[in-house]
Design a protein around this ligand. Structure first.
Ligand code: 173
Length: 316
């Protein structure tokens, strides 16, 4: 039987805390999952967040980390949060577009979170999560980490005609816009798809391929980098809001470590024989302008009520 925090349980804790005398409050346990494999790049900082909450929250709140995609398949994590099968999740918007089509638009806003919290972006996105996912949007990570298209077939211009490219909603529109055939898979299926030649390339951030062993089955990384990774932590947290929010801000601050990490990963890719395909500034600009335009059009088409506001907040 899966445990979730009910309003009644929270009320009981609050009542106990408020009672006079030495009444010990009951520690609450929240179940957490990640939509990325345990101990890999896009789970690591979330795992540090859990350690911090468990240290700071002793006696008040405990997070029980159930694990990665073996616990809940990546594309089902959003629904698991909505239905309270889990209390806290580390997940990217592209994985729950079934519940919130505009969630795929968060990748188009690469402003630092300090700014997004000040200018109302975080607030607006949090409201969307309150309404559509029955949850709080605790933190957004990796705003400064871009995506790439990785390839095993060499191209001599930015044109994916004749290529099958593994995607999630993150890359679908841009792959199609440049003539490629998108094939959607969860990250767990990418290695085998590359090994068997089922796909000629894939979309993935600049960081994290070594954790998954994909360097062994990758020949090229196409420039330029585009969009920005959005992995968020969401959960139900009415009673322990301050503890979780303080830890969430700390988690967003970890993004500053990514500047050095990106440089190191690009060098490591070169060392592993993954050559950068760079077509120069003019071709990169054409690619980026189109990549943003097709993605915004796609978000606005799927979410006509909220998409334009997200674009205005992103300012691009
Ligand atoms: O490629 C993916 O699976 C994907 O969409 C993603 C999003 C954020 C971080 C890493 C991967």
């Amino acid at each position: 039987m899966i445990r979730s925090v009910s309003i009644a349980a929270l009320a009981a804790v609050l009542a106990a805390t408020a009672a006079p005398g030495p009444v010990a409050a009951q520690e609450i346990t929240l179940r957490a999952v990640s939509s990325f494999a345990e101990s890999t790049e896009f789970s690591k900082n979330f795992e540090r967040f859990i350690e911090k909450v468990n240290a700071d929250g002793k006696g008040v709140l405990k997070i029980n980390y159930v694990g990665g995609p073996r616990a809940v398949p990546p594309f089902e994590v959003g629904n698991a949060v909505r239905t309270r099968v889990v209390d806290i999740a580390n997940v990217t918007g592209a994985f729950y577009t079934n519940l919130m089509p505009e969630a795929d638009g968060f990748k188009l806003n690469g402003k630092p979170m300090s700014e997004q919290r000040k200018n109302g972006t975080w607030d607006y996105i949090n409201q969307l999560h309150n309404q559509k996912l029955n949850s709080q949007y605790l933190a957004r990570q990796f705003h400064n980490v871009p995506f790439h298209i990785y390839l095993n077939k060499k191209i001599d211009k930015i044109d994916f005609t004749g290529l099958k490219i593994r995607v999630t909603p993150v890359y679908r529109d841009v792959v199609e816009a440049f003539g490629g055939t998108p094939i959607t898979t969860a990250p767990g299926e990418v290695y085998t798809a590359l090994e068997r030649g089922v796909v000629d390339g894939y979309g993935w951030p600049v960081t994290g391929i070594f954790d998954l062993g994909w360097d062994k089955v990758t020949k090229f990384r196409m420039e330029p980098p585009f969009y920005s990774v959005e992995v968020n932590v969401k959960g139900l947290n009415d009673a322990q809001r301050k503890l979780l929010n303080d830890a969430a801000l700390w988690l967003e601050g970890l993004d500053s470590e990514k500047v050095a990490e990106i440089k190191a990963q690009r060098e490591r890719q070169a060392g592993a024989g993954i050559a950068a395909l760079d077509f120069g500034a003019a071709a990169s600009k054409v690619f980026l302008d189109r990549a943003y335009e097709v993605a915004w059009q796609s978000v606005i088409k799927r979410a006509p009520e909220t998409g334009p506001k997200l674009r205005q907040l992103a300012g691009n």
